[in-house]
Write a protein that binds this ligand. Structure first.
Ligand SMILES: [Zn+2]
Length: 295
C-alpha cells in the first residue's frame, strides 16, 4: 500500500497528498538507556504493531490540537554491523508519521525538516521487566541483583518485555537513550506526574527489597557453612536468587536451626526465634541442595 492509502485508512476524511506532511520518526531501540533499561527485540516487534495509529505531540502541548502527528506505518530495522552494549544486533523502530499542512504547523514542519526536532520519547505499557542476569521478572519476584551494578563484570540491566499497549509519542528536549537520542517512558502515560511519582516510589521500594534479599542470602550462606561439611555457598546463593522474601526468611530460619549450635554461637549471638514456621518448602529446598552437593 502507498503512504496515502495507509494514511487514509486512519483519517476521518479522504486526504490528498498536498494536504499532509510526511516524515520519518525513529521511536526507540534496543540500546541500554541511562536508567540501565532496554527493550527486548521481541518487544520492539510488538511495539511496531502497537504504535500504528498512535498520536504524537510536540513538547507536551497536546492542547494545541492541530500540532499533532500520527504514525501510519512502523517497522523494525536492524543494523547487523552495529552492536548494542549488551551485544545484540542494533535494532530500532522506524515509524512514518503524517501531520496536516496548516498555517499553524508551518514552523513546526520547518523544524522537523531542518532536523531540529529529533528527540522522541515513547510511552507504553510492558507486562514484564526482566533482570538481564538471572531472568527474574523483577516486578513480580525481585531478585537480589541491583540495576546498574556489575556482577562478575556483567552489568545488571532491566529488559522491558511483552508490551501490552502503546500510548503516545512526543518530541521532547532531553534525550535519555544513549546512542539514539531518544527517550522512553513505560508503564503509563509519560506526562502523568502521579504515575511517575508512584513509579519512583515503587522503584525505591524494589531496591530496598533487593538490598534486604542480599542481606538474607549472605546470612543463609554464612549459616549454611555450619550445617554440612563441603558446603557449596555459591550453589546455595544461586538457588536463593529465585526465592521471594518470605521464602528466604523461612529458609534462613531453617538453616539457622540446622546449623550446629556449638559452632554458630558467639558468631551469631542468640537466636530467639527458633520456631519452624512453614518449613515444608524449606525442607524441600535443603533436600535439593544436598542432592546437588553429592555429585
Ligand atoms: Zn537478577
Amino acid at each position: 500500500m502507498s503512504d496515502m492509502e495507509l494514511i487514509n485508512e486512519l483519517s476521518r476524511r479522504e486526504l490528498s497528498e498536498d494536504e499532509v506532511y510526511i516524515f520519518p520518526v525513529k521511536l526507540c531501540d534496543n540500546e541500554t538507556d541511562r536508567d540501565c533499561e532496554r527493550f527486548s527485540i521481541a518487544a520492539l516487534e510488538k511495539l511496531a504493531e502497537l504504535f500504528v495509529g498512535r498520536t504524537g505531540i510536540f513538547d507536551h502541548k497536546a492542547s494545541s490540537s492541530n500540532q499533532t502527528a500520527r504514525i501510519f506505518s512502523c517497522e523494525v530495522k536492524r543494523e547487523p554491523e552495529k552492536r548494542t552494549r549488551s551485544g545484540e544486533v542494533y535494532t530500532y523502530l522506524l515509524a512514518r508519521a503524517y501531520m496536516m499542512r496548516t498555517e499553524g504547523n508551518k514552523d513546526l514542519i520547518a523544524e522537523i525538516d531542518g532536523g531540529i526536532k529529533k528527540e522522541v520519547s515513547v510511552s507504553c505499557a510492558v507486562k514484564r521487566r526482566v533482570c538481564s542476569l538471572c531472568g527474574a521478572d523483577v516486578r513480580k519476584s525481585p531478585c537480589s541483583h541491583v540495576k546498574g551494578q556489575y556482577y562478575g563484570g556483567k552489568l545488571c540491566e532491566v529488559i522491558l518485555d511483552e508490551p501490552t499497549d502503546a500510548y503516545e509519542w512526543s518530541f521532547v528536549a532531553i534525550p535519555a537513550q544513549v546512542g539514539a537520542g531518544i527517550t522512553k517512558a513505560h508503564g503509563g502515560a509519560s506526562d502523568d506526574s502521579a504515575v511517575k511519582a508512584l513509579r519512583e516510589m515503587l522503584d525505591g521500594s524494589m531496591s530496598e527489597v533487593s538490598k534486604a534479599k542480599r542481606d538474607i542470602i549472605s546470612e543463609i550462606v554464612r549459616l549454611g557453612q555450619f550445617t554440612v561439611p563441603a558446603y557449596d555457598g555459591d550453589a546455595v546463593k544461586a538457588m536463593c536468587e529465585s526465592m521471594d522474601i518470605s521464602g528466604l526468611i523461612a529458609f534462613k530460619e531453617r538453616t539457622r536451626s540446622l546449623a550446629k549450635p556449638e559452632k554458630v554461637s558467639g558468631i551469631l549471638g542468640s537466636s530467639e526465634d527458633e520456631e519452624e514456621s512453614d518449613g515444608g518448602e524449606c525442607e524441600e529446598r535443603i533436600g535439593l541442595f544436598r542432592l546437588g552437593r553429592r555429585k
